[in-house]
Design a protein around this ligand. Structure first.
Ligand code: AMP
Length: 439
């Protein structure tokens, strides 16, 4: 009872602040790229995922949190966000008045009943975007670029892997070739592969069973079945990315675990670094030609990508990067006597209303213990209110990193503290960019 549900985790303190920082950066990049936020429910009707993510996917087959609600309707905790966004476009008829492409970004928790391990949770968080209604190699590249930019902005170096699932004709030919190849082996392969063989043999390429991987190695390669126009499209996306200084490497076995992808698919992987445990793709996405139609909307193509915040955080932590150190309180007020507590509370309120993160001790504890509290709360400044300050109508303000103390007149306190804080932030920002450059 006292433990969280297996595969879920609490995000607390400085970790929560870092998540917020990463989320804010991703959101602001999405806004810069012209995306609007969309928030869809965590619960959706189960058939939505059957129709979109697809019955041949591991997600639908084994990993969904599906249950009947009290009205006997089958509902599912979303295992990914794209399906919900498509459903929302249809439910709200967003396509009727929209300028195409419709561009939405999202952020929130997803649920998959997977075996927990490094970078794999049962509740995790995705940030992502969907760009629907104007198929173009430029938009495919733009979405890849957006995700790449998110990783860059928190200085996690990634490699982009890309592939094409081809057009309808390429995929049909390839499926037939795979069926022919695997027919000789399917009896000795795992039960999942037997199921995949019947529903979607492409999924077999994703199998992680070592004996099956041996067989997969000899399977026909998708690239040999791509039509000329599918090859040209892939090369165009790669060359657009190159023009943005993004190197994308073709990976023949990249097929992605969701059934709705057609055409371009891609993933972001952390560059291999000693000591960094492999956590799988940090993010991925692709082009989908029929998804919106499959959930009841118009026949618009789209492209999307999503990043897993837990995996991003894991890699970020490995680098031990320090984002500009802006965490913690701005001010901690320390009354040295119980009779100052009321006035200190008024000052705290003024500072908070002026937008400065402030807290205080409501007990006039010893100087030492109040300093300890200020340090624990990562306050930038302590404001000391003792007998002398009281008599002289001033406050002692101590910078807790430089230990320099300043006297500030009571009547100017809010403005003086605001200026002090601004200078503090300017200095750490300057120091940060001196150390790291404007990455
Ligand atoms: P997918 O929707 O499977 O393409 O996954 C997109 C991204 O979500 C992955 O690249 C991961 O970063 C993240 N992700 C997927 N499944 C999990 C999981 N079980 N735990 C943590 N992150 C996940």
């Amino acid at each position: 009872m006292e433990n969280p549900v297996k595969g879920t985790h609490d995000i607390i303190g400085s970790e929560a602040l870092l998540y917020t920082e990463i989320e804010e950066r991703c959101k602001s990049i999405a806004a810069i790229f012209g995306y609007e936020e969309i928030r869809t429910p965590i619960l959706e009707h189960t058939p939505l995922f059957l129709r979109s993510v697809g019955e041949s996917s591991d997600i639908v087959h084994k990993e969904m949190y599906t249950f009947d609600d009290k009205g006997g309707r089958s509902v599912t905790l979303r295992p990914e966000m794209t399906a919900g966004v498509m459903r929302s476009i249809v439910s709200n008829k967003l396509y009727v008045e929209a300028d195409l492409p419709m561009k939405y970004f999202y952020l929130g928790p997803c649920f998959r009943y997977e075996r927990p391990q490094a970078g794999r949770y049962r509740q995790f968080h995705q940030f992502g975007v969907e760009c629907v209604g104007a198929p173009s190699a430029y938009l495919d590249a733009d979405v890849i670029n957006l995700g790449y930019h998110c990783f860059n902005s928190i200085r996690v170096p990634v490699k982009v892997k890309i592939n094409s699932l081809g057009d309808e004709e390429s995929r049909n030919n390839y499926r037939a070739a795979l069926k022919e190849y695997f027919a000789k082996y399917i009896d000795q392969m795992c039960d999942d592969c037997k199921r995949r063989y019947e529903i979607n043999p492409l999924r077999i390429l994703d199998c992680k069973v070592p004996e099956d991987i041996e067989i997969v190695i000899g399977a026909p390669k998708l690239r040999d079945y791509l039509t000329d126009s599918a090859k040209e499209y892939l090369n165009l996306v790669i060359s657009i990315l190159e023009s943005f200084n993004i190197e994308a490497e073709i990976d023949d076995n990249l097929v992605r675990g969701l059934d709705y992808y057609t055409g371009i698919v891609f993933e972001y992987h952390a560059k291999p670094i000693e000591g960094l445990a492999e956590v799988g793709a940090l993010g991925g996405g692709g082009h989908y030609a029929h998804l919106l139609k499959d959930v009841g909307g118009p026949d618009y193509e789209g492209v999307g990508m999503s990043l897993g915040l837990e995996r991003l955080f894991h890699v970020f932590n490995h680098f031990n990067h320090d984002l500009p150190d802006t965490f913690g309180l701005d001010f901690y007020i320390m009354p040295m006597d119980a009779k100052f507590v009321g006035d200190c509370a008024v000052l705290m309120n003024q500072l908070r209303y002026a937008g400065m993160m402030t807290d205080m001790s409501f007990e006039a504890k010893s100087f030492k213990s109040q300093f300890k509290a200020a340090t624990k709360k990562k306050a930038k400044f302590a404001i000391i209110v003792g007998e002398d300050e009281w008599k002289n109508g001033e406050f002692t303000v101590k910078n807790l990193s430089s230990q320099i103390q300043t006297k500030v007149r009571g009547e100017e306190i809010v403005n003086s503290l605001r200026t002090m804080l601004q200078e503090y932030y300017e200095q750490i920002e300057l120091k940060y960019f001196e150390e790291h450059g404007n990455e």
